[in-house]
Design a protein around this ligand. Structure first.
Ligand code: NAD
Ligand code: MG
Length: 367
């Protein structure tokens, strides 16, 4: 990997006419006109939540030229508010302001805000421009890239949504200075995931730089975000609507979703559940003879060094896992499909795990 000394990076998500840049750097929000090249017209609606508004709303508004018509919507904070009712509040604000098809929505916040604002933009007047300004590490490396937008339904998470790509993603690393440590670790789970599924050299680099990442040192953080976004962008460019390779991004997520759902959303953060889930997937890959014990130990060590749990929840039985895992969207014809490791840096989707091997893993896996 080439040595980088600056914390500024730009990369591109290559989707033909819908291609867009990801700008990564420090002090971007305070920079004048950072959003201007991506605005469709003079009408701008910035959407954020009650936690982020006092921290960053003023900075982003002050960088916009005075002739623009800038409005704001501040939603309540929390996954439980990722609902169609809250998206409707965005549509109400747009209509009350008389905003037309040339307006631009700006999502200032974590993945919850990004997913909702993207969906609001996808449906408002059959689709308007939006810009992602992600403020959590998870949203900077994952949810803001790739165009999956949507909300939860009382009967299922992310069940209502659309593919709708942003005009740009603006990642200001300074926003991570206020992010709680647990949330930072949760984002690192997805960063490690990219190394495990696609890039052994990146994984080695993460092993060396984990402490700097946990300290949010700007150059190292910019590099980790850029590498992560590049891997996600490459996968999305290959398979925008998840017909194939995009499923590899679910490493650890089948086990992880089962943990999140069983523990009640919010008790285990998504990234924490993915940390334990990736460890379970690596352990299963080892039991199937696909990776050796030194590879398994490396995977476990890097996950632990990010401050993530390796063990499954104490009160979760094998049957609790199996009942939840049966509902996974990747399954085809009732066959359980899991993302497994063929090596560090290489993953595949497999439905070849014998059911007694899986039950054996779940029975004996550390709690
Ligand atoms: P989040 O948006 O709930 O943010 C986590 C917490 O951090 C919130 O309380 C938020 O207000 C706070 N916060 C955000 N930025 C902050 C900052 N800079 N300083 C201090 N506090 C800050 O959670 P998340 O982990 O960012 O995103 C999770 C959501 O993303 C889930 O709804 C998930 O379904 C979705 N997601 C979507 C995709 C996708 O491809 N669209 C991918 C992964 C996850
Ligand atoms: Mg995830």
């Amino acid at each position: 990997m080439t040595e980088m000394t600056s914390a500024q990076r730009t990369l591109t998500v290559a989707l033909g006419e819908r291609s867009y840049p990801i700008h990564i750097g420090v002090g971007l929000l305070k920079r004048d006109n950072v959003l201007v090249p991506y605005l469709a017209g003079h009408q701008v609606m910035i959407v954020t939540n009650e936690t982020i508004a006092p921290l960053y709303l003023e900075a982003i508004c002050s960088g916009l030229p005075g002739h623009l018509d800038v409005r704001t919507v501040v939603l309540p904070d929390g996954e439980q508010y990722k609902t169609i009712e809250q998206v409707s509040r965005i549509w109400d604000a747009l209509l009350e302001a008389g905003f037309n098809r040339r307006c631009t929505l700006v999502a200032l916040g974590g993945g919850v805000i990004g997913d909702m604002v993207g969906y609001a933009a996808a449906a408002y007047q059959r689709g308007v421009a939006f810009i992602q300004v992600p403020t959590t590490l998870l949203s900077q490396v994952d949810s803001s890239v790739g165009g999956k937008t949507g909300v939860n339904h009382p009967l299922g998470k992310n069940m209502i949504g659309a593919f709708w790509q942003p005009k740009a993603v603006i990642v200001d690393i300074d926003t991570l200075s206020t992010l709680p440590g647990r949330e930072l670790s949760a984002g690192l789970a997805e960063v490690i995931k990219y190394g495990l599924i696609r890039d052994e050299a990146f994984l080695s680099w993460l092993e060396e730089n984990m402490q700097a990442l946990r300290n949010v040192e700007p150059v190292v953080t910019a590099e980790a975000i850029a590498q992560s976004c590049q891997i996600k962008a490459d996968i999305v460019a290959e398979d925008e609507t998840e017909q194939g390779v995009r499923a590899l991004l679910n490493l650890g997520h089948t086990f992880g979703h089962a943990i999140e759902a069983h523990q009640g959303y919010g008790n285990w953060l998504h990234g924490e559940a993915v940390g334990a889930g990736m460890t379970m997937a690596a352990t299963l890959s080892h039991q199937l003879g696909w990776i050796d014990s030194s590879a398994l130990e490396r995977a476990k060590a890097v996950i632990a060094s990010a401050g993530l749990p390796l063990a499954a929840p104490a009160d979760m039985l094998a049957d609790d896992f199996l009942a939840r895992m049966k509902l996974d969207k990747k399954n085809v014809d009732e066959k359980l499909r899991l993302v497994l490791l063929e090596a560090l840096g290489s993953a595949c989707v497999s439905d070849a795990t014998p059911s007694d091997t899986l039950r054996e893993l779940l029975n004996h896996y550390p709690r």
